[in-house]
Design a protein around this ligand. Structure first.
Ligand SMILES: Nc1nc2c(ncn2[C@@H]2O[C@H](COP(=O)(O)OP(=O)(O)OP(=O)(O)O)[C@@H](O)[C@H]2O)c(=O)[nH]1
Ligand SMILES: [Mg+2]
Ligand SMILES: [Zn+2]
Length: 364
C-alpha cells in the first residue's frame, strides 16, 4: 500500500478470478511468495518505512477473501486496488481456434512497447504470473514452436498487466481457458466464471485452411460464442460490454482481397474510427460469405463491437517429426500480423485510449 492510499475510503472491487465483490482490506498485511517452499507467507509491513513497504507491496499479494467461498484459495497482486478501474479481458472461441496463440502474440507485443504509438506503456502487475506466462507461452512461441491446447478446468488468469496511458493507470487481467470448457453447458463449470467479471471480450474465429482438401464446411453454429453471448447478455449492463471478433489465422487469406490489404498494413499507429469500421465491414462480409454467420452473433448482441483480421503466427505450422504428428513448429518463425488491433479497439472502447476517434470506435 502506498502513502496515497492510506486514509482514502475503502474500495469495493470485483475479483477477476472468483468474480466476488468485496471491500479491499485496509490492513497492512501482505503475502509474499516463498519460492523455496512454494507457498505464500503473510508479512506485517506496518512497522517498515514507507519506501520498503511500497517495494514489498509491489512484489506482494493479497489473498482474495472470496466471500462466496466457492473457489480454491487465490491471490491478487497487493497493488491491484491502487489504480483505476480494472479491465478484465476474456478470450472466447472453439477448441483450436487460436486463442492461446493470439493472446501470446498480443501480450508479447504489449511488453515490447507495442502500444507506445497510442501513448500506453505496460508493466507486469503480477510478476510471478507474468514470468510464468513468459516461460510457458512467449518463449516457446518465439522459438517457433506451436503451443499446446489449453487444459480444461483452468480458473486462474493468464496474466495481469498494468497499463498506463491517457485514460489513466489500470490493471488488465487476461483469461484464456480451453475451448472445450467454453462449449461446456454445465452451469457449474468454474472455468467460464471469468465471463461474470469480464469487462471486454475477444471472440476468436479461425479461418479455414483453403489448402486442406476434404474439409467440412464451417459449422453453422458457434457453440462457444453462443453460450458466452447468452451468458454475458444476461448480466446487468451485459449488452454494453465492448466486444471484438478476431478473425484469426488470416495468414491463410493473405492473397485474398480485401484481407491482403488489411494484413499488409501491419500494426496501426493511430486510432481511426472510420478505418476500423471499414475493416469491421470487410470482416463481417467475409464471415457472411463463407457461411460463418453464426460467428457474427457478438456483433448483433453487443452495442459496441469491432471485427479484425489477425494472424498470431504469420503462417501455418508443419509437423516436425513424421513419427509424432502432434509435434509442430512454424517453419518461417513467428510473425504476428495485426495481433494488437483487437486489443487497441478494446482499449479505445473502454476509455484507456482517449479522444474523439477512440470514442467512436465500435459505434453503430
Ligand atoms: N496459420 C495459423 N495457424 C495458427 C495461428 N494461430 C494458431 N494456429 C494454429 O492453430 C492451433 C490451435 O491454436 P491454439 O492457440 O492452441 O488454439 P486455442 O483456441 O487456444 O485452443 P484450445 O486451448 O484447445 O481451446 C495451433 O496449434 C496452431 O497450429 C495463426 O495465426 N495462423
Ligand atoms: Mg488455448
Ligand atoms: Zn477472488
Amino acid at each position: 500500500m502506498t502513502t496515497a492510499d492510506r486514509g482514502r475510503p475503502r474500495r469495493r472491487l470485483r475479483c477477476p478470478i472468483c468474480a466476488d465483490d468485496f471491500d479491499w482490506p485496509e490492513d497492512s498485511a501482505i503475502s509474499l511468495y516463498d519460492e523455496e517452499n512454494s507457498r505464500y507467507e503473510s508479512v506485517d509491513v506496518s512497522g517498515l518505512p514507507e519506501i520498503k513497504r511500497a517495494d514489498l507491496a509491489r512484489k506482494g499479494y493479497r489473498r482474495c477473501p472470496n466471500p462466496s467461498a466457492d473457489t480454491a484459495e487465490h491471490y491478487l497482486p497487493a497493488t491491484y486496488a491502487d489504480y483505476g478501474d480494472p479491465l478484465v479481458v476474456g478470450l472466447v472461441g472453439a477448441p483450436a481456434s487460436g486463442k492461446t496463440h493470439l493472446l501470446t502474440a498480443m501480450v508479447r507485443q504489449v511488453h515490447l512497447n507495442g502500444l507506445a504509438a497510442h501513448g500506453i506503456t505496460a508493466a507486469p502487475l503480477d510478476f510471478r504470473r507474468h514470468e510464468n506466462f513468459r516461460k510457458q507461452f512467449i518463449k516457446p512461441f518465439e522459438e517457433g514452436g506451436t503451443l499446446p491446447g489449453t487444459s480444461t478446468g483452468i480458473v486462474e488468469a493468464a496474466d495481469i498487466l498494468l497499463l498506463r496511458g491517457p485514460g489513466g493507470e489500470r490493471p488488465v487481467t487476461f483469461f484464456d481457458v480451453a475451448g472445450e470448457d467454453l462449449e461446456n453447458t454445465a452451469a457449474r463449470n468454474r472455468a467460464t466464471r471469468f465471463l461474470v467479471g469480464a469487462t471486454a471480450v475477444v471472440f476468436v474465429h479461425a479461418t479455414e485452411d483453403p489448402l486442406e482438401t476434404g474439409q467440412s464446411a464451417p459449422p453453422s453454429e458457434n457453440l462457444s460464442f453462443n453460450l458466452a453471448v447468452e451468458r454475458l447478455r444476461g448480466l446487468p449492463g451485459g449488452s454494453g460490454l465492448p466486444a471484438v471478433i478476431a478473425v484469426t489465422k488470416s495468414d491463410r487469406l493473405r492473397y485474398v482481397p480485401p484481407v491482403d490489404r488489411w494484413l499488409r498494413r501491419g500494426d496501426e499507429r493511430v486510432v481511426d474510427a472510420a478505418r476500423i469500421r471499414a475493416e469491421s465491414r470487410d470482416a463481417y462480409a467475409y464471415l457472411h460469405h463463407v457461411g460463418a454467420g453464426a460467428s457474427l452473433r457478438p456483433f448483433e448482441a453487443f452495442t459496441r463491437c469491432t471485427l479484425h483480421f489477425v494472424s498470431a503466427s504469420g503462417g501455418d505450422a508443419v509437423v516436425t517429426d513424421p513419427a509424432d504428428p502432434s509435434k509442430k513448429h512454424f517453419p518461417r518463425g513467428f510473425r504476428p500480423t495485426r495481433a494488437l488491433e483487437p486489443l487497441v479497439s478494446i482499449l479505445a472502447m473502454t476509455g484507456m485510449i482517449t479522444g474523439p476517434e477512440a470514442e467512436r470506435v465500435g459505434m453503430p
